[in-house]
Design a protein around this ligand. Sequence first.
Ligand code: ADP
Ligand code: MG
Length: 525
Amino acid sequence: MKNFADFGLEPRVLQAITELGFEEATPIQAQSIPIALTGKDMIGQAQTGTGKTAAFGLPLIHKIAKEEERIVALVMTPTRELAIQVAEEIGKLSRFKGIRSLAIYGGQDIGRQIRALKKKPQIIIGTPGRLLDHINRKTIRLDDVQTVVLDEADEMLDMGFMDDIQSILKLVPEERQTLLFSATMPANIQKLASQFLKDPEHVSVIPKHVSAPLIDQAYIEVPERQKFEALSRLLDMESPELAIVFGRTKRRVDELAEALQKRGYSADGLHGDLSQHQRDTVMRKFRDGSIDVLVATDVAARGLDVSGVTHVVNFDLPQDPESYVHRIGRTGRAGKEGTAWSFVTPREMDHLYFIERVTRQRIPRKPLPTMAEAIEGKQRVIAERVLEIIEQGELTEYKGLAIQLLEQYDSVQLLAAAMKLLTGDKKESVDIHLTPEDPIRAKRRKPDIRSGRKPSGGYGGRSNSGGYRQNREGGGNRGGYSKGGYNRDGNRSYGSRDGNRNSSDRRERSYSGGDRRSSNRSGDE
Ligand code: ADP
Ligand code: MG
């Protein structure tokens, strides 16, 4: 079942789906909606970007009566941003039916939330902490809740919400439906499920092929100190509509955002140290396109659903393969194409191979764009913009002057000058200094790495359930590295260039070095 009309959803709900432009149900939707409609409990495993909100949202909206004045559905999400996103999506899906939903999260004035609650929303979407706050103040009562959704359950537990979730679930009537969604299924999720779900149906979406061959991935080998130049060239060459650039640390994000601004790019940074107001402002600017480069840490970008991200750049390689998968999944969403580049310093090559093995895909190498390519790219964009303006017309008021100028100067020269002006000064001369980051050391997981098996714990589940695993070659091209690990086929140029001695040196350094840069990572929020 793929067509939304086949689910038996009521016309006003279908109308909203059509309005949103959803043509067919995503795999997780196709599997979850029929189960959710029956009222059974369910566990759904699928990556971000696979359409889980509608998977649980549509059945909720279908079932709830417009006249209902009680809170009959409760959705819990790990973060404020996700609560807002889910509420927005549910708002859109319920537009024609007129169901009322409300996001409840920390950091927003509680008085305002209490006033909003007086409008009798039927669906509450909230973060566990703030929900408990309201429950304790008796501004939210869960006595009438019929459906509970735990969205991104693994993230909630990672963030330490286990106790809060348990307290909340104990206050919801036992006669209810519970739906749990999670990207991974670690033991604590299973424990939570066995405690609070009754005979749940399991649904999991592990795409074997095609579902997202839409992310064009590549890596560029570049020394740490040339990364910024590489980034500028890439941005100039491709002029992304919306790009997310990932940095490893908060300091990195700050420095990089500032450096990009100095060079004339419209960029801003997002990380955990910003106030919520600042984060909201940055996100709004990114969503409405007033900045087109968002520099972010993993934590800050987690789960954010911004549609239309055309490019992801791993300015710094992530430590975990699963972060890699998460990061690149910010693009190529909802059937659109995306590009994901990773900068890899020479000493991090082994770590890249590790990411390839765990995520079971080959990431092709790409040369650093040349200055000429960057300039050509910039000029092409300007030319496109000029042609767009011609198409729009409305040039009458400029025509008089144009004719005058053409009488005195050569047309090619005039146009070239105008284009130069439009290209703007990207302030190439401004000095940029970024504090260097140490290379990532590959984790010590010798047995797994050598056997090519999935490392135990953590990685396997997530990378396997990704909505974006590429498999363009249909699996035929995998053996080369999934079996042998180092036995890579042909076109890795680094090996022959640097010689074997060097690369085994590197391997030694990387795999035996105990210095994991965990301090940086855990310092990020
Ligand atoms: P998840 O919760 O799995 O991360 P979301 O529910 O946030 O995913 O959906 C990701 C994006 O895909 C949203 O912008 C959503 O509007 C869009 N989307 C959801 N379902 C469909 C569909 N059936 N067709 C097209 N786009 C969809
Ligand atoms: Mg979601």
